[in-house]
Design a protein around this ligand. Sequence first.
Ligand code: ATP
Ligand code: MG
Length: 305
Amino acid sequence: MLKINNIKKQFPSVRALDGITLEIKEKEFFGLIGPNGAGKSTLINIIVGYLQMDEGYIEFNGKDIKELGISYKKKIGLVPQSIALYEDLNAIDNLKIFGSLFDIPKKELKEIINEKLNAVGLYERKKDLVKNYSGGMKRRLNLIAALLHRPEILLCDEPTVGVDPQSRNAIFSYLQDLNTSGTTIIYTTHYMEEAEKLCNRIGIIDYGKIIALGTLEELLNLLPPKKSIFFVKNGLTESKIEEFKKFGKISINNSKYKLEANDEFRFSEFFAALEENGIDERFIEVYKPNLETLFLNLTGRIFRD
Ligand SMILES: Nc1ncnc2c1ncn2[C@@H]1O[C@H](COP(=O)(O)OP(=O)(O)OP(=O)(O)O)[C@@H](O)[C@H]1O
Ligand SMILES: [Mg+2]
């Protein structure tokens, strides 16, 4: 659906994008994650056409977006990272302004505005000035402002920053419904659990390059296949610990024993040994790698800006 070919973007003091090639498929919920300054917003703004690329090109259904012009812009919606609303206007007047950018007929616009306000729980507050909205309400309004023209692709640039779990979950389920009913979504976030929960496919971007790309499962397979198992200490005596040395290296980690499984480790044998030694499974924790582990492995732990 959207083919991004070798995009480069240089700002005076930094190369924000250094050759991004990426294909977004129709109806995908695509996650773009990366540290601060990695280039996510720059890429999003180039896809939407708010920023010019220095090199490369983007195709929408096989056609260069530069040639498609306005017909492409009507198919794409952006939820920007910084909230872009008129504080001194109410929700309806804000949405009317956004709607007017897309030449939506008045009657239709009125219907869509009501439908969207309802969908994100703002209908009752539609006449309140935006400056009196909570952070979560502003984020929800910022989201629907991008949807009035019913875009085929929705780009969300960190749409849940500063939002409480209620609003966040309302935004998730709304986006999931939108995706199920056919909208392609590109979603940037710093919250790994959001990407894990929402996205069919994830790209990790760092220093303007895609450094990993795939489904969550494919990405987690990039980690060394190391299993760590933790035992709560009071579930075990020293002599019992001896029994478990055949499964790997055991060390003390804070108040727990840590077993780093060796290559021969099999869960079936391990659980049998637990039972033989009368150790309740409640005393063990199996460490499972997640997206955050991978992310930190690939992007390191130094500060970014
Ligand atoms: N208009 C601009 N002028 C100059 N430099 C810019 C501009 N926009 C972005 N940059 C720089 O380009 C790099 C990429 O920025 P970008 O905003 O794309 O990162 P990001 O991944 O969205 O970060 P964050 O997670 O903090 O939102 C950063 O070093 C940033 O300072
Ligand atoms: Mg950004």
